[in-house]
Design a protein around this ligand. Structure first.
Ligand code: ADP
Ligand code: MG
Length: 287
């Protein structure tokens, strides 16, 4: 079932003469995980914000955006606020309370949910995220990774159907980034949340998402499975958007390995049997 679609969407910022988004057409099925990629300035943030009405920039919008079977403008304020979650790049710009416990309860409180229900919902999500030990901490004392987990957990308390994330790992160290992406994977697989994530680093996500949307100058240049997107990137000299293993094999074969495991299997298939444990990783580092 389709949960989101954009058809011929175009958008121009008020103070601008150029279109930030144009010819943007794609659709997403319920439960899919979509990676949004493209050079800086290609329109990723603008597109994500257009999908969440409250965060949409001012300007001229045309085309059709359908969310959960309704036109964007037909969603009630509550539906848009509750059912479409948004996580930004900077963990500091999206928390509003001093204490973690207050932050996690904030969204539900603002909808007037009863306190018993708030407690059980917040408890359930905090357990899923494994952040109960942070419950009584001041947000200012948390690491960037912990803040981002709290921000995401807080968004999840209202049980959104769609999660939009704008480069949520950009300011995190690699370990924290991996942890956040792992939680997102579980939200997607175990809770069926539809995810659209703009991400600058393809390494962890490329192979684990259902489809990749590649934007160039605000246009949908390609939308397809990881394997087809990888082929498109190689054919169009866009290897920079590929994970390292795929980059290493880009000129060697059509059927590109998209992760280290597939890379090792490919080497074995090519007759390279003596592969040290670190061989594929070392190729990556040497790049
Ligand atoms: P990305 O997230 O892929 O880096 P953005 O969505 O931020 O891209 O930007 C897309 C285009 O819109 C760029 O050309 C950028 O300069 C322009 N843009 C972004 N924000 C504004 C704004 N507030 N006013 C005018 N133009 C903007
Ligand atoms: Mg951006």
């Amino acid at each position: 079932m389709e949960i989101l679609s954009c058809e011929n969407v175009a958008f121009k910022y008020n103070e601008s003469t150029d279109y930030a988004i144009s010819d943007c057409t794609f659709s997403v099925k319920k439960g899919e995980k979509i990676m949004l990629c493209g050079a800086s300035g290609s329109g990723k943030s603008t597109l994500l914000r257009l999908l969440k009405r409250e965060l949409s920039p001012r300007g001229e919008l045309s085309g059709d955006i359908t969310l959960m079977g309704k036109d964007r403008s037909e969603l009630s304020d509550r539906e848009s606020a509750e059912k479409i979650g948004f996580v930004m790049q900077s963990p500091d710009s999206q928390t509003v309370c001093d204490k973690v416990s207050a932050e996690l309860a904030f969204g539900l409180e603002s909808f007037g949910v009863k306190s018993g229900e708030i407690q059980s919902r917040v408890g359930e999500m905090a357990a899923f995220f494994g952040i109960e030990p942070l419950y009584d901490r001041d947000i200012s004392t948390l690491s960037g990774g912990q803040k981002q987990l709290v921000a995401l957990c807080s968004v999840m308390t209202t049980d959104p159907d769609i999660l939009l994330l704008d480069e949520p790992t950009a300011q995190l160290d690699p370990v924290a980034a991996r942890e956040l992406l792992g939680i997102l994977d579980r939200l997607n697989k175990e809770m069926g949340v539809t995810i659209i994530i703009a991400e600058h680093d393809p390494e962890e996500l490329f192979d684990s998402c259902d489809k990749i949307l590649y934007l160039a100058n605000g246009k949908t240049e390609f939308f397809g499975t990881p394997a087809l997107t990888a082929k498109y990137f190689v054919e169009n000299a866009l290897e920079g958007f590929l994970p390292e293993t795929a980059k290493a094999f880009a000129r060697l074969c059509d059927d590109l390995p998209l992760n280290v495991r597939q890379g090792r299997a490919k080497l074995e298939k090519l007759g390279v049997t003596d592969i040290p444990k670190q061989a594929v990783n070392d190729t990556e580092r040497a790049e």
